[in-house]
Design a protein. Structure first.
Length: 139
């Protein structure tokens, strides 16, 4: 196993631990109206270690298949390695790796966009409540 493979395994372990610990905390924070911003931001920040693991897994998979396409994927904008790896799994009919990559990608996107959406909505609601309170206090 290469040093990069060992690092990828450690990052996967760390991201799994963060998910197991952080996800229940974020879900509890989402229950209460006053802590929804923190819960949404927590979900957003939980997506980053999973995204880092996804990128490393895609880079390692692509590197194991073709050095040229790995470099092309990285040069296509650092995130270009993810579609390259997905295409490689489709061409090689490696369904298990494809399912792992797509599952991690879906988790990253859901946590990132859902977390920001919740935080934004909660912040807007908090600002509206403060404006209503100030308007009521003036009258």
């Amino acid at each position: 196993m290469s040093i990069v493979g060992a690092i990828a395994n450690w990052i996967r372990l760390i991201s799994n631990i963060l998910l197991l610990v952080g996800l229940p905390i974020c879900l509890v924070l989402l229950i209460f109206r006053k802590t929804r911003v923190q819960g949404g931001l927590g979900l957003y920040f939980l997506s980053w270690p999973v995204g880092l693991w996804l990128w490393l897994a895609c880079a390692l998979y692509a590197l194991s298949v073709s050095v040229f396409w790995t470099i092309a994927g990285i040069l296509a904008g650092v995130l270009g390695i993810i579609p390259i790896a997905v295409i490689m799994t489709l061409i090689r009919r490696d369904w298990e790796s494809l399912a792992n990559l797509m599952g991690a990608l879906i988790i990253v996107l859901i946590f990132r966009y859902f977390g920001l959406w919740i935080a934004e909505r909660a912040a807007e609601r908090r600002e509206q409540e403060e404006a209503d309170f100030r308007a009521e206090a003036e009258t």
